[in-house]
Ligand binder design. Structure first.
Ligand code: OGA
Ligand code: NI
Length: 336
């Protein structure tokens, strides 16, 4: 198995060759704008105003920060602490989660993105597992650290409910029939624990390259270390941490269902010289669910922009397209 960064980087004082991006792909190639334009939304506001704010942010940025969301500050912090405790375990303890074929394993630990096939590696280790329904998945989660299952069990249920609540507001804001996102479109909940170790020279690497999230909705708990950037009008904008907030972003499937009204924005992660831990929740469709622009959003004057396909079909091409720098939605577009 590929060496995890968490086990090697503490002894590194230079960036290994295999992580160094060609000059044109390095993060410093472009100006990064400050965070002050990314919308910040309070979930405990007036419902109608809240819906308008969420739709506007999702149209303009595809990203917003969410405050007063009901998940306690203690739990937000706890998952990051326990996640870091997991990555601090001895390598032998973590090894059993490493698999040659991470898609086959229910709880998988890997480094970079596609270590065996990518030309340059990314400055990240990640532990990934499903969370819903909890009783079907929790047995596959780490037993060590001792609090892992308890803390992540609690957190995953709360974050899933929060995600479904946001989808309900989006459903109403788009004028879709009530419950549109219930069922297949939000059937799964997958979590990624991303560890970005301190990097000796952050200008040479990326934690994650430019990508859009393939599922329905993402809720990111990014602690207090910056690193996330979102592409808006061809410019990178920093999404700086806001205490106790979730960063929420529209995924590719939601862009298609909304017939392009909501935006699944490209984003990336830059490394830094301090340790960064994030916990990401993806609300995701089941593989066999049909994805297409909602019938109620298309008409003769507003024809569908995308074809109908199953989520499983999309998953087969998404990764390669994204890695090759292609728009993964390109071949799903209907040409007029
Ligand atoms: C992701 C992602 C951002 C972060 O996992 O898809 O974009 O800051 N993560 O870890
Ligand atoms: Ni992402």
């Amino acid at each position: 198995m590929a060496q995890l960064l968490s086990n090697t980087c503490s002894i590194q004082s230079v960036v290994p060759e295999s992580y160094i991006l060609p000059p044109e792909r390095r993060p410093g190639q472009h100006v990064v704008l400050p965070c002050n334009t990314i919308p910040v939304i309070d979930l405990d506001g007036n419902r109608n105003e809240l819906i308008q704010e969420i739709i506007k942010a999702s149209q303009e940025y595809g990203f917003f920060q969410l405050r007063n969301h009901g998940v306690s500050e203690e739990l937000m912090k706890d998952v990051l602490v326990v996640a870091k405790e997991f990555f601090d375990l001895p390598v032998e303890e973590k090894q059993r989660f490493c698999s040659e074929d991470p898609l086959e394993q229910a709880c998988s630990l890997k480094t970079s993105i596609d270590f065996a096939n990518e030309k340059v590696h990314f400055w990240r280790d990640t532990l990934r597992h499903n969370c819903h329904p909890l009783e079907e998945h929790i047995q596959q989660w780490p037993e060590n650290p001792a609090r892992y299952r308890e803390v992540f069990g609690l957190y995953s249920v709360e974050v899933r409910n929060l995600g479904l609540r946001i989808l309900d507001l989006i459903c109403e804001g788009l004028g879709l029939e009530a419950g549109y996102f219930k069922g297949g479109l939000s059937q799964g909940h997958m979590m990624s624990l991303n560890h970005y170790p301190p990097c000796p020279d952050p200008t040479l690497v990326l934690g994650l390259p430019k990508h859009g999230d393939p599922f329905t909705l993402t809720l990111l708990n990014q602690g207090d270390v910056p690193g996330l950037q979102v592409l808006k009008d061809e410019q990178w904008v920093a999404v700086d941490p806001l205490p106790n907030a979730f960063v929420v972003n529209i995924n590719h499937m939601l862009q298609i269902i909304s017939n392009g009204k909501l935006k699944s924005a490209y984003h990336r992660v830059v490394a830094s010289n301090v340790d960064r831990m994030t916990v990401v929740s993806f609300i995701r469709p089941s593989m066999d669910v049909l994805i297409e622009p909602s019938k109620s959003l298309v008409s003769e004057s507003n024809p569908p922009l995308y074809k109908c396909f199953t989520f499983g079909d999309f998953r087969r091409t998404y990764r390669t397209d994204t890695h090759e720098g292609k728009d993964p939605l390109e071949h799903l577009m209907i040409r007029s």
